[in-house]
Design a protein around this ligand. Structure first.
Ligand code: OFO
Length: 172
C-alpha cells in the first residue's frame, strides 16, 4: 500500500510525464510545419514514449492501492526560434525530469518503500539514456552550424535514430 506522501509524489510525476508528452508533441508539430520531417517524426516518437512513461506510473499507483490523478497541464511552447534551440529545450527538460525522478527515489528510501524504489530504477536508467541521446544530438547540431546541407542530412539521419531506437526498445 502506498503512503499518502508517496502517492502524491508519484501523482506529481504522472503530471510531469504527461507534460513531457505534450511538450514533445508540440515540438513535433513545429518541426512538421517547418518541413523537418525527420525531426518531427523523432519528436512524435518521443511524445509517445513519454505517454508510455505516464501510463506505467498510473498502473503502478493504482495497483498499489492508490488513485492515479489525471490533472490539468501547463501549455507547452508552440514555437521555437531554431531547431537547435528546440533541442536545447529538450535537454533542459530531460535534466529537469531526471532531478524529479531522483527526488522521488530519495523520498521512497526515506519512507522505506522498497517496492516503489525498485519500480523507479527503470526511470533512473531511462533518464540516463534520454539525457545522453539529447547531448549526442546537440553535439551533432553544433557541428552543423548554419550549413543547410548539414541540416538536410541531420533531418534524414535523425529518422534513422528513431528507427533504431524503436527496434531496440521492446514494447512496454
Ligand atoms: Fe519520461 O522520460 Fe524523459 O522525460
Amino acid at each position: 500500500m502506498l503512503s499518502k506522501s508517496i502517492e502524491a509524489a508519484l501523482n506529481q510525476q504522472i503530471r510531469i510525464e504527461a507534460e513531457s508528452s505534450q511538450t514533445y508533441l508540440s515540438m513535433a508539430v513545429w518541426a512538421e510545419v517547418k518541413g523537418l520531417e525527420g525531426i518531427s517524426s523523432f519528436m512524435y516518437d518521443q511524445s509517445d514514449e513519454e505517454r508510455m512513461h505516464m501510463l506505467k506510473l498510473i498502473k503502478f499507483v493504482n495497483e498499489r492501492g492508490g488513485h492515479a490523478h489525471i490533472s490539468e497541464l501547463n501549455a507547452p511552447n508552440v514555437s521555437f526560434k531554431s531547431f537547435k534551440f528546440m533541442f536545447e529545450k529538450l535537454l533542459e527538460h530531460e535534466i529537469f525530469v531526471s532531478e524529479s525522478i531522483n527526488e522521488l527515489v530519495h523520498i521512497s528510501l526515506q519512507e522505506k518503500d522498497y517496492a516503489t524504489h525498485n519500480f523507479l530504477q527503470w526511470y533512473v536508467a531511462e533518464q540516463i539514456e534520454e539525457e545522453a541521446m539529447a547531448r549526442t544530438i546537440l553535439d551533432k547540431i553544433k557541428m552543423i552550424g548554419d550549413d543547410k546541407g548539414g541540416l538536410y542530412l541531420f533531418d534524414r539521419d535523425i529518422q534513422q535514430l528513431t528507427v533504431n531506437s524503436a527496434a531496440e526498445t521492446p514494447s512496454a
